[in-house]
Ligand binder design. Structure first.
Ligand SMILES: [Zn+2]
Length: 268
């Protein structure tokens, strides 16, 4: 499932594939990705434009085109961007940009939990979902102080608080669990009860887990773990296996409707 590193990867591919190139034709299918916007708004706003700039904030992509055209995109659970020669059909393509260079960039999303919203470029940072984001975990890496200050405002379990995009933007279920494992913190611990030492370890661990996720940025096309890519994580998806640190059995529990993987022995 796309989290910060995968969305950063998507932003880099968009820059590589589309910056400065003319969009001969933009087209979206009328799906729930558009959240009620008419599909023609997408094509009318973006056909004939050139992409000038791509930003990522948390798990959102912000595309700035010339003529004050813009697009807010979210990959949801299964969304990804792929590039194909124009004319080659792409399964689960719900929107696409046909470019002047003979390639088409598709927004592919089998489960359709993603989002595409055509907006004026100068409105993108003002959209409520962007304005509500906390500091971006990559652009403004958390420190013990900044993270501790934000976590001290909530009594929720620390794992749930880390996934709250208004606390820290970019972490999801996988990277929150990975960071807590690296920091040896029980995911059930109340966020406002972390010690100074735990805050320090957690801030460092978040940086490490994101850096690891960014390491695959050379590939032409990303494959998510859920799609069968090798699992590079320490605890995610590994309940029942041996803990890579202490050798005891990893466990899982449900928090905020999501499965948390952790080691009950060395995350205390
Ligand atoms: Zn362990």
């Amino acid at each position: 499932m796309p989290e910060l590193p995968e969305v950063e990867y998507a932003a880099n591919r968009l820059r590589q594939w589309m910056l400065g190139r003319l969009v001969l034709r933009a087209k979206a299918e009328p799906t729930r990705l558009l959240r009620g916007q008419p599909a023609r708004r997408f094509s009318q706003a973006l056909t004939g434009r050139r992409l000038e700039r791509v930003e990522r904030r948390g798990k959102y992509l912000l595309l700035f085109f010339d003529g004050n055209a813009g697009l807010l995109a979210h990959l949801g659970m299964t969304g990804k961007l792929v590039r194909r020669p124009t004319g080659v059909a792409e399964p689960f393509s719900h929107a696409r940009f046909e470019l002047e260079d003979g390639f088409t960039v598709h927004f592919r999303d089998p489960r359709k939990f993603g989002r595409l919203s055509a907006e004026p470029a100068d409105r993108l940072f003002l959209l409520p979902e962007i304005a509500a984001l906390g500091p971006d975990a990559l652009l403004e890496p958390p420190t013990a102080e900044s993270l501790g200050e934000r976590l001290s405002r909530t009594a929720r379990p620390v794992k749930v608080a880390l996934m709250d995009q208004s606390v820290l933007a970019g972490l999801g279920n996988i990277h929150a669990a990975e960071a807590l494992f690296r920091a040896r913190i029980d995911p059930r611990l109340r966020a406002d009860r972390l010690s100074e030492e735990q805050r320090r370890r957690l801030a460092q661990a978040i940086g490490e887990t994101i850096a690891l996720g960014l390491a695959n940025d050379e590939e032409e096309e990303i494959t998510y773990v859920e799609e069968g890519a090798p699992n590079p994580f320490l605890v995610y998806g590994k309940a029942g296996e041996a803990c890579p640190r202490c050798g005891q059995r990893l466990a899982s529990l449900t928090q905020g409707g999501r499965t948390t993987h952790f080691c009950p022995h060395c995350q205390r």
